[in-house]
Every structure is written in C-alpha cells, then in structure tokens.
Design a protein around this ligand. Structure first.
Ligand code: GLP
Length: 260
C-alpha cells in the first residue's frame, strides 16, 4: 500500500497520469469507476487531457462500482447517469462501453451474477478508482460486509444515507435504502486500486484503512491484502495517521521514474 499525502490537485494529476499511462500502453484498458465527490478532480483532469492532449477512451471500457436500487432511469442521482454526467459523457467512450449494476432489474440477484460475469468476460478491471465513506465503506460495502463478498444487494446505513442526502436536496428520506454493489472480493480483483480521500471527515476512515486491523467493521481495511493499492490523500484526510511523516518522506524521496 503506497500512501501519498499531497494537495488535491497533485493527487488528481497522479491518478490521471496512472490512467493515461495504462491507456497509452493499451487502448482497450478496463477502468473501474466510482461516484462520489472524491474522484471528481481526477475525472476533470482526464477530461482536460482528452481535450488538450488527445487522450482517448474510444477503445476502453468501464465498470461502475455500485448503483442505487429503484431510482428511475432518468433520475440524476442514478449512478449510471452520475458517471456519464461527471466523466464518461465528457470524453469519447464508445456507446455501450460503460457498464453498471442494474438497479432497475426485476431479478436483482440475477442482475448481480450477470454483472460479475460481464466483468470477468471483459478480463477484469485494470485500474479501479474509488473513494471511501466516512464509515470506511468502499463501493457500498457497509461495515459488517463479508470481506469475500461479491456483487449483491445491500442496505445502506443511516450514516451513509445522511452523508449522501446532500445529493437529494438534503432530504435523507429520498436516499434509497438499498443498493447493488460490487463486493469486497470483487473489488479486490482489480489489478490496481487508486483510492482518493480528501477532507477532515475522512481522517478516521483513512487511519483505519492504512493503520487499523483488517476488519469487516472498516471494510476498506481489506485493501491491506491487495498487492497494488495507491492511497491518495490530502493533509486533512491524513491528520490521524501515525505514520504521516514516514509517508511524506517516502514520497519526497521517490524516484522520478516510478509511477503509482
Ligand atoms: C458513496 C459511494 C462510494 C463513495 C462514497 C464517498 O457512498 N457509493 O463509492 O466512495 O460515497 O463519497 P464522497 O467521495 O462524496 O465522499
């Protein structure tokens, strides 16, 4: 696990650079995408590189981490629409190249199985970009999630619904209770995971992720078992890390040729 503590714009450039390297080497890269505010600066940087430097996503595909259950197809907070608005609709993904769990399926368990099969058939995710919830959830794997879980239906915690109410006119009652989410076991199969977290509200979750014991109580801690994770955080999100000085000096001494 590499921890980089830097200003948000530097973090966004680092993540975008890792994605650009992949795409330049192999245009049919499979990206894992996430909603939430954390990846937005990364998406903006990728859009800038698309518009100014010709970075193309035309042969790439993408798989979203999660989706609310039951939001109408045209609802602005349906995650497929959010991803399209925030990122994929602003670059040149081919029609049908961006996928997500189907929160409107009649048979939700079957839709979850189908989504796993679709990802596997695509060869799996090369790079997964993600954020972290204040309760340590990744994707929508809330505390108590099986560390080996696969894509499935989950019930959101009150804390997550309250955190996300800002996207629903501040009204927690409008936030769906259920979601479909890639499981922790699913997420762990991505070949490189880039987690972005900024702000004081994430400091506890980041401390647990990096320095806590691996536990279903803080689902993100499963990433300690992954061989290639980049944790990109600002000073506020790093404020509870015991090893912050070590991470800062390690990054300062990092050879220029070494990417994430
Ligand atoms: C949501 C998403 C997660 C995201 C989390 C944090 O619950 N399902 O994928 O990591 O929120 O969101 P934000 O980055 O806005 O703090």
């Amino acid at each position: 696990m590499e921890v980089v503590i830097a200003a948000p714009d530097v973090l966004a450039r680092l993540a975008a650079e890792a994605i650009e390297q992949l795409l330049r080497g192999r245009p049919d890269t499979v990206l894992g995408l996430a909603t939430g505010s954390s990846p937005l600066a990364v998406y903006d940087e990728l859009v800038r590189r698309h518009l100014e430097d010709g970075l193309s996503f035309a042969e790439a595909s993408a798989y979203n981490l999660d989706e609310y259950v039951g939001l109408p197809a045209d609802h602005p907070q349906r995650y497929r629409n959010v991803i399209e608005h925030d990122f994929t609709g602003r670059v040149d993904f081919a029609p049908g190249a961006v996928h997500g769990p189907d929160g409107l399926a009649e048979d939700l368990p079957a839709a979850c199985v189908a989504y796993e099969a679709e990802m596997a058939a695509a060869g799996g995710v090369d790079l997964q970009i993600m954020g972290i919830g204040t309760d340590g959830h990744i994707a929508f794997n809330e505390p108590g999630s099986s560390l080996a879980s696969r894509t499935r239906i989950k019930t959101l915690t009150d804390q997550t619904r309250a955190d996300n109410a800002r996207f629903f006119d501040g009204d927690v009652k409008q936030v769906p209770q259920h979601c479909l989410t890639q499981g922790l076991g699913t997420v762990m199969e991505a070949r490189h995971i880039v987690l972005v977290a900024t702000g004081r509200a994430k400091a506890d979750a980041v401390h647990q992720l990096v320095e806590g014991p691996v536990s279903a109580m803080w689902p993100a801690t499963i990433l300690q078992h992954h061989p290639h994770v980049s944790v990109l955080i600002d000073n506020a999100a790093a404020s509870r890390l015991q090893l912050a000085d070590y991470f800062r000096s390690t990054y300062a001494a990092k050879p220029d040729w070494q990417g994430l």
